[in-house]
Each structure stands twice: as structure tokens, then as C-alpha cells.
Design a protein around this ligand. Structure first.
Ligand code: SAM
Length: 333
């Protein structure tokens, strides 16, 4: 199999995300007792600057709350839910959820990434010292160690840009139910794919959860995307150039130049409601003042202007596709 240099650079973005999370945890912004198990020599890893720690905190808090509210609303009648994390990298959300009060509501949790990434994650999970397998319970490796299955959690290798019709039925057929409410998470991943590839991927899920003879009452589909946008302005160009200098290409960045354009990603696939907020909006309007005070006391931040510019260039977009009470599914509308 041919390894593309550009893909190596894309896979490395996961180390950046994991390092940023570890740094935010060590500095007291976030709680996550699992992240250090997914990074080699975690205690020797460098801390990141305050600006990155704050960005990581706001992003993580916001997505945690969306997931939390989605679970609360869609399992109101005691129904199980599914979560599919695409380009999951070293995300620890599954373990954090299993450690919390909503554990019983997760019927199945899927993580998809490139084979190299899933192989490393599977090894970390199986490492008895990590504590990750204690929470997981019994698990089995598959596909030469690139896939891992347990009763609820499934780690699967794939290239999300390949026509999903070819790979997904095989990967998912035994585990993903078209009848359960399902939340898709795209945390910092669609920007690395062409708009066509992203669109095919989202449409595959839309079709899977559409009424058919097999499943006349499909589950509600929720979708959350976290990504950079508005990269045409001067600051956006600086961000793009930084990534390009590291050989990371961003074919998915172009079409979404404004905040208003972000929800169209879902609306044109028939989602019933969609909304986007920048991290700056979220920080100022949705994080409680007491929390803002707490995080501002953790370390000195000199670059307030720059922080705001960064937070303005990242957004969380979420959408819901359901036949009933769509509005109640979007907690921040
Ligand atoms: N979602 C995680 C988080 O937020 O911490 C990881 C984000 S990391 C910036 C992007 C991840 O997407 C990497 O793990 C990368 O390997 C994965 N990824 C990017 N393009 C992909 C593709 N075409 N197929 C599978 N995984 C991909």
C-alpha cells in the first residue's frame, strides 16, 4: 500500500491535538485521566502556550456539552444511543463517558481513523498499565491489530476519503444499527478532506439512517463538526501557512469562508436543523463567568488579541436530522 507524505503530515496532526489536550490537563484547564495513557512518555511532553490551552479548553468543553445534551435528549425514553467519531485519533471521549453518569446510554461507540493511528491506539488500549482496558472490559483485536472490538467500543481502520459505500458496510454491518439515535463527531478532520469526500461521507450516513423497508423508523442522526474556517483573511492566511509549512494540506478549508456558510454542510443533506458558533462566541456567551474566572487564574496570558483572532477562526457546527422536535435537539438555539 502506498504511503502518501501528505497523509503522514495529516496523521501527525493527531499528536498535536493529543499534546494540546495533555497540556490543558496538566495546567488544570481540563480533567482527563486517560489522555496520558495515549501519549508515550506523557510526563516528558512539553506544555503548550496559554493560548493553545485556552482554545483546547473551550473546544473540549463545548463538544462535551453538546454530546451530553444530545445524549440527554435522545435517550429520554431509555433508548440506547450510538456515537461514531470520525478521525478520532487519540480522543479519550469514550473512556470519559464510560467513567461518567451516561455510561449506560451508550449502546455502541465507534472510532475510525487511518490504520497507523488505530494500530497505535489499539496497542495503547491493550497495554495493561494504561487502565484503558479496565474500563473497556474484554476486547479482541482484528485486522492484524488495526481493529479492536469490545461489547460497546469498536476501533476501525479506514481512509475516510475512499468511497464510503465500499468500506463502510463491511466495517459497520455487524455493529451499527440504523434504528438507534446516532451522533457523528468530526473533530478537526473534515478540513483535511476535499468537500466532495466530506459530502459523500455525510451522505452515506444520511442514507444509512433514512427510512427503508429494512428500517421503517430509523434513528435520529446528529452531527457535530469542529474546524477552522474563514481562512481567506490575513490571520487565516497565517494559520494556513503555518500548516502548509508542515506539509499539511487543507482541501476542505476553502468552501466555508463565513460562519453563516457552515450549517449548509448539513442542510443540503436534508438535516432538519443546523447551527454554528465560533469558539469566541462560545467562550463569551456559553461558558459560565465562574469558569472563565477559574481558567484566567491558571496562567498569565499576554496575547489577548491573538487569542480572540484564533478563537474567531474555529467553529463548532451541529445539525440534527429527525422527523420530530428538531428544535429541542439543538441545545444552544
Ligand atoms: N478528533 C481527534 C481530536 O479532536 O483530538 C483527532 C484530530 S486530528 C487533528 C485529525 C485526525 O483525523 C487524525 O487522527 C487523522 O489521522 C485523522 N484523519 C484525517 N484524514 C483522515 C482520513 N482520510 N481517513 C481517516 N482518518 C483521517
Amino acid at each position: 500500500e502506498r504511503v502518501h507524505d501528505a497523509d503522514v503530515a495529516i496523521r501527525q496532526t493527531d499528536s498535536d491535538a493529543a499534546l494540546a489536550r495533555l497540556s490543558a490537563v496538566r495546567k488544570g484547564y481540563l480533567n482527563d485521566r486517560f489522555i496520558s495513557s495515549l501519549l508515550p512518555r506523557a510526563h516528558l511532553q512539553p506544555l503548550r502556550p496559554p493560548l493553545i490551552n485556552i482554545g483546547t479548553y473551550v473546544r473540549s468543553e463545548a463538544i462535551d456539552r453538546l454530546v451530553e445534551q444530545w445524549l440527554e435528549l435522545s435517550t429520554a425514553e431509555g433508548q440506547l444511543c450510538q456515537i461514531v467519531s470520525l478521525g478520532a485519533g487519540s480522543d479519550t471521549r469514550f473512556w470519559r463517558l464510560m467513567d461518567g453518569p451516561r455510561k449506560e446510554q451508550i449502546g455502541a461507540y465507534f472510532e475510525l481513523d487511518f490504520p497507523d493511528v488505530t494500530l497505535k491506539k489499539a496497542m495503547a488500549i491493550r497495554n495493561p498499565k494504561s487502565g484503558l482496558s479496565t474500563i473497556l472490559g474484554h476486547s479482541e483485536l482484528d485486522l492484524g491489530g488495526q481493529a479492536l472490538h469490545s461489547s460497546r467500543y469498536h476501533l476501525l481502520p479506514c481512509d475516510l476519503r475512499n468511497p464510503p459505500a465500499d468500506i463502510f458496510p463491511g466495517l459497520f454491518k455487524e455493529y451499527l444499527s440504523p434504528a438507534l439515535p446516532t451522533l457523528l463527531l468530526f473533530e478537526c478532520v473534515l478540513v483535511y478532506m476535499s468537500p466532495e469526500a466530506s459530502s459523500n461521507l455525510i451522505q452515506w450516513f444520511v442514507d444509512f439512517f433514512s427510512p427503508s423497508t429494512r428500517t421503517p423508523s430509523p434513528g435520529t442522526l446528529g452531527c457535530t463538526v469542529y474546524e477552522m474556517f474563514g481562512l481567506e483573511d490575513a490571520f487565516g492566511q497565517v494559520m494556513m501557512n503555518n500548516l502548509r509549512a508542515r506539509n499539511v494540506s487543507l482541501p476542505g478549508a476553502k468552501p466555508y469562508s463565513s460562519l453563516e456558510s457552515l450549517p449548509t454542510r448539513f442542510l443540503r443533506h436534508g438535516f432538519t436543523s443546523a447551527k454554528a458558533l465560533t469558539l469566541r462566541n462560545i467562550k463569551s456567551d456559553y461558558i459560565e463567568p465562574s469558569e472563565l474566572e477559574r481558567i484566567s487564574s491558571l496562567e498569565m496570558l499576554d496575547e489577548v488579541e491573538e487569542l480572540n483572532l484564533v478563537l474567531e477562526h474555529y467553529a463548532i457546527t451541529w445539525g440534527v436530522k429527525t422527523s420530530v422536535s428538531a428544535a429541542t435537539m439543538s441545545p444552544w438555539i
